[in-house]
Design a protein around this ligand. Sequence first.
Ligand SMILES: NC(=O)c1ccc[n+]([C@@H]2O[C@H](COP(=O)([O-])OP(=O)(O)OC[C@H]3O[C@@H](n4cnc5c(N)ncnc54)[C@H](OP(=O)(O)O)[C@@H]3O)[C@@H](O)[C@H]2O)c1
Length: 407
Amino acid sequence: MNDVLIIGAGGVGHVVAHKCAMVPEVFGRITLASRTLSKCEAVAHGVKQRTGRTIEVAQVDADDPAQTAALIRRSGARLLINVALPYQDLALMDACLEAGCDYLDTANYEPRDVAKFEYSWQWAYQERFAKAGLSALLGSGFDPGVTNVFTAWALKHHFDEIHTLDIIDVNGGNHGKAFATNFNPEINIREVTAPCRHFEDGRFVETPPMSLHQPFTCPDGVGTYEIYRMYHEELESLAKHIPTLRRAQFWMSFSPNYLKHLEVLGNVGMTRIDPVLYNGVEIIPLQFLKAVLPDPGDLGKSTKGRTCIGNVITGVRDGRPKALYIHNICDHEACFAEVGSQAISYTTGVPAMIGAKQMLEGTWRKPGVWNMEQHDPDPFMADLNAHGLPWSVTELTPQQAEGLQVV
Ligand SMILES: NC(=O)c1ccc[n+]([C@@H]2O[C@H](COP(=O)([O-])OP(=O)(O)OC[C@H]3O[C@@H](n4cnc5c(N)ncnc54)[C@H](OP(=O)(O)O)[C@@H]3O)[C@@H](O)[C@H]2O)c1
């Protein structure tokens, strides 16, 4: 049977559990495990109410491979879906190797004490997974995830060579709070305060955080937002796997209000990740900040508006220049109506379910450790349309592509 173990009962885990339960022809017994059992029980209750399916729940410390391996065996899972935090990636991959289980995640490994993420640690598992006949799929969220598949699909069907790639992630939603992050605040703030890196002429170039920005008008009336160039992990794997790439950049929208709060929090030391002594106890300011900020998983009730995430791609086809924009628009309120979550959790959780589906059905299951763009994009692209994240393609002129003008 296609039994699965989902680790992490946060905003994304909530969506993954619901979406897996909605595809009973593929997903057999579903076990949801996390550090806090009551969060798993709350998700299981929601799944039962919305889908009629019963899912199992368990408590686990995902930092302990032996504990997770025992749970994998008990649950009978043949695939572990990791939607805990990037800190747990390696411990969970170890657990999968120990218990003989496939692995999938949505974010690459990050050590706790350095705000740095890269694939090298997980790519180093390639031989062990291949030898064990097990398969690992890295980065099966939206970005990374769908953005990698959009690129692979464009290369397969529309280009002989891809030369430039701009991934543009706009959240046109408003949650009505003074300040909140759309996914785990600790991981989100570590990501956006890091130096920017983009790929150009065969190497990564570092620039100060948020130093390059421009307005971007989304299609379909989603609106015009200021987008900021920043580093994102899919740039690393795409630069490696698409050798014709000359430039790859990632952009994300931020409101002036978000940036103002972040600047103040940084200035007063609340985004620090080194321990400070408080009343004789060591605390990490950023972890404390997470405890007082709104839980991203609870933002669904109040969030209105839409997300618009897509790729502007240029290159050549039959010797002629060509440019495309491939994107998805997702409505926060529609996501809440369907599964009780806002669109950021939804746009991450749905691709995690779809990646898991490819692995269980065998279309994307080969021994070793793989990034999304290394698999055939077609079945994944079809499933995006079928499971809540429909996409569109627009032809652009090379000039429009260079200016990131998609409407
Ligand atoms: N690729 C993409 O497009 C994308 C987009 C957004 C997010 N993500 C990734 O998705 C993942 C989940 O994000 P989220 O917003 O759902 O985060 P979240 O709401 O903070 O949820 C994380 C969950 O993991 C659990 N957890 C943490 N450490 C654990 C441990 N040692 N053992 C067991 N469980 C543990 C937490 O337990 P507690 O409830 O007890 O704290 C929580 O339930 C993150 O890795 C994030 O980077 C990817």
